[in-house]
Design a protein around this ligand. Structure first.
Ligand code: HEC
Length: 141
């Protein structure tokens, strides 16, 4: 009886771990899709496209990376300390999303050219935040 219960528990733990891994993967793929749409918006100078996609990215980043405890649960055992990194990356992304929003509504009364360039640069900083965390997570040394 004990053996059977142990087996069941083991299976449940494995399934749970797989589900969490699946969750992280799907969430990351969602971020990736959001970022690609933002990129397309900039490349084709589609202001409305950027504005819409940036709001989706903001929402999904906050949901996934803004909560340290939640992200910690999603990370592999030997990467738990990366949860702090997640929160920092979320802040970097949020900061640059705000720069793009301000540029769109012309908060600082700047020329179209300057606003476009600042928003484009902020986009590359967001991408950089993704790379930064992936390098840490994937670094095997
Ligand atoms: C705080 C860390 C962190 C940040 C920031 C981060 N990721 Fe990830 N990402 C991970 C982890 C952990 C995995 C899963 C392990 C792996 O793929 O190496 C992952 C995996 C992925 C994957 C692969 C999913 C699959 O199919 O296996 C994609 C795509 C991805 N991230 C996109 C992004 C994008 C786009 C951003 C920025 C908007 C981003 N990530 C920001 C930690 C992060």
């Amino acid at each position: 009886m004990k053996k059977i219960v142990g087996k069941y528990l083991g299976t449940i733990v494995i399934l749970g771990t797989l589900l969490v891994a699946y969750d992280l993967k799907t969430n990351m793929q969602m971020l990736n899709t959001d970022l690609q749409v933002v990129q397309q918006g900039f490349i084709t100078s589609n202001k409305k496209g950027v504005a819409d996609a940036i709001e989706r990215l903001a929402k999904h980043t906050q949901e996934l990376l803004g909560n340290k405890e939640k992200f910690e649960k999603m990370l592999p055992k030997n990467k738990k300390e990366k949860a702090n990194e997640a929160v920092m990356s979320a802040q970097i992304i949020a900061h640059n999303i705000q720069i793009i929003r301000d540029a769109i509504v012309n908060k600082y009364n700047q020329s179209e050219t300057i606003r476009r360039e600042e928003a484009q640069r902020a986009y590359t900083y967001i991408e950089h935040a993704c790379f930064r965390c992936h390098n840490i997570v994937r670094d095997v040394n």
